[in-house]
Design a protein around this ligand. Structure first.
Ligand code: ZN
Length: 203
């Protein structure tokens, strides 16, 4: 399985990192070895001095699809969650400046935190979802799917024109504003519509 991640999908986050607003979704992939096993602590890697948290809404793909039309995209997933796209920001910045791929900064071991899955039917009738990240009990990121530049169904359609989506693949739909550095002994917890779906310690 693969993790397909979307960059620059919230205007306020694009501004905080002083990036250009893209004409089409920015995509990158994390390998399955990036997944931090449940209940495990996150160990800060020694190749970076600046690991950032990025809280994101996650979607899990239920069936194989290629060239999915946006109006049918909703039939390709039934489970939602929140997770973290841990990013070695210092390394990413240096790779960006050199025009090189981001994989080392984005796909390292433990860089993908995946919360418990919740059936999307639970949110039927809601036209937007809110999600939050708490760091040591203080809310540091607040996301609202209304502010996505590309909505989930548009992302699935777009992604599937490049990469066949398979059952079990997970899409990281991009981070809202408020990203920041994690420190040793931080305790992070992620919520979707008030439900805590993951928590972890940083070592
Ligand atoms: Zn991200």
């Amino acid at each position: 399985m693969k993790l397909v991640c979307v960059g620059r999908n919230y205007a306020a986050h694009i501004e905080e990192l002083k990036n250009q607003r893209p004409d089409s979704p920015v995509l990158f992939i994390k390998p399955d070895s990036a997944i931090l096993p449940r209940e495990q602590d996150f160990y800060l890697p020694d190749f970076s001095k600046e690991i950032h948290y990025e809280l994101e809404l996650l979607v899990r793909i239920d069936k194989v699809g290629k060239h999915i039309a946006p109006e049918f995209a909703h039939t390709y997933y039934s489970q939602l969650s929140v997770g973290l796209d841990f990013t070695a920001r210092d390394l990413q910045q240096s790779l960006k400046e050199q025009g090189l791929p981001w994989e080392k900064a984005k796909g390292f071991d433990g860089s993908a935190v995946i919360g418990e899955w919740v059936p999307k039917s639970r949110f039927e009738g809601r036209d937007h979802l809110e999600f939050t990240l708490e760091r040591n009990g203080e809310t540091v990121q607040r996301g609202d799917t209304r502010h996505m530049l590309w909505k989930t169904d548009e992302l699935i359609a777009y992604i599937s024109t490049f990469f066949t989506l398979k059952k079990g693949d997970i899409i990281f739909t991009g981070t809202p504003a408020g990203v920041g550095q994690v420190m040793p002994n931080d305790y992070l917890s992620g919520k979707l519509e008030g439900m805590e779906l993951f928590s972890l310690n940083v070592k």
